[in-house]
Design a protein around this ligand. Structure first.
Ligand code: HEC
Length: 288
């Protein structure tokens, strides 16, 4: 019995230390945003996805690719839901490689994937001081927030899965013009050294990121939404919208997954009740 208690205590202590140590390395505390797609009933906000796509297209896509995104995905239900005519017109503005076309290139059609901004990873690195801008297709699911114990345990119960967009939002807002006073010192106690061509960011692991601040107030001109709403032209708004768009791109079927999950839970509750009733009935005549 004693051994069991000691083992349990060691487990709890181990669990509480490991993620805390990682969080300290990973940088400042990432603040959670109120996403429309959070929680078990979350859904994407079409207007927000349209704005996020605009930010991606006008700013990020000059460096970042999205090789799993086809133009036609932009008109699918649950996404930005552009009309077919809009998507055709959009695709026609881009060129894709096609060996059967004259000169090896032709205008894109809705079935084509989003063209990469660089011919190769090496070209991408050369243009970005040696750093590779990662592809956006599933990036929102490949990044996250490491919560210390016991927060990450609660995350299972609160269905928190927005670590990716929370991190991206924080990253885009986390730049400093100069290395701040409280920057971590090196292992030898020397002050933080920012390598040439890197930028200081509170949230990027190691703080020295090869991407300059891509967004600032006013860089994207949002049109009025169909329902007449307008949103501020601010870094805060752009970063929220583009993070939401990246989440949709990485997990376009999130909404149906959540709905199915909820239906399954209801079924399991009803099924448990039925099984209990069955058990009572079967055992009712037996002495036990
Ligand atoms: C001028 C080119 C350029 C533009 C424009 C740009 N990025 Fe980047 N981005 C980079 C590079 C280079 C990296 C890799 C940085 C590194 O590894 O140090 C990067 C990395 C990232 C990362 C990954 C950080 C990580 O944790 O690894 C995210 C997220 C990101 N960019 C988002 C965006 C968003 C959103 C936009 C548009 C608003 C954007 N970027 C625009 C060049 C760019």
């Amino acid at each position: 019995m004693h051994k069991l208690i000691i083992a349990a205590a060691a487990l709890v202590a181990g669990l509480s230390m490991a993620p805390a140590a990682q969080a300290a390395e990973a940088g400042a505390h990432v603040e959670r945003q109120a996403w429309s797609f959070g929680g078990i009933f979350g859904t994407y906000d079409t207007n927000q996805l349209q704005r996020g796509f605009q930010v991606f297209r006008e700013v990020c896509s000059s460096c970042h690719g999205a090789h799993l995104l086809a133009f036609r995905n932009l008109m699918e239900e649950g996404g930005p839901e552009f009309s077919e005519a809009q998507v055709r017109a959009l695709a026609a503005e881009y060129e894709v490689a096609d060996a059967t076309a004259d000169g090896g290139r032709r205008a894109a059609v809705p079935a084509d994937r989003w063209p990469s901004p660089f011919a190769s990873d090496q070209d991408a690195r050369d243009a970005n001081g040696g750093s590779l801008p990662p592809d956006f297709s599933v990036l929102a699911k490949a990044r996250g927030v490491k919560d210390p114990f016991p927060t990450w345990v609660f995350n299972y119960f609160t269905a928190y899965q927005e670590g990716g967009p929370d991190y991206i939002h924080a990253l885009l807002n986390g730049y400093h013009d100069e290395v701040p006073e409280d920057a971590p010192h090196g292992s030898d106690g020397a002050p933080f050294q920012l390598p040439d061509g890197k930028h200081y960011n509170d949230y990027f692991p190691g703080h020295a990121i090869g991407m300059g601040p891509p967004l600032s107030d006013g860089v994207v001109e949002y049109a009025e939404a169909e329902n007449g709403t307008t949103v501020p032209h601010t870094l805060e708004q752009y970063s929220t919208d583009v993070a939401a768009f990246m989440m949709w791109m990485a997990e376009p079927h999130l909404v149906s997954r959540k709905q199915t999950g909820f239906a399954v839970l209801i079924f399991l509750v009803l099924f448990a009740g039925l099984m209990y009733g069955t058990k009572r009935k079967l055992w009712s005549g037996i002495e036990h």
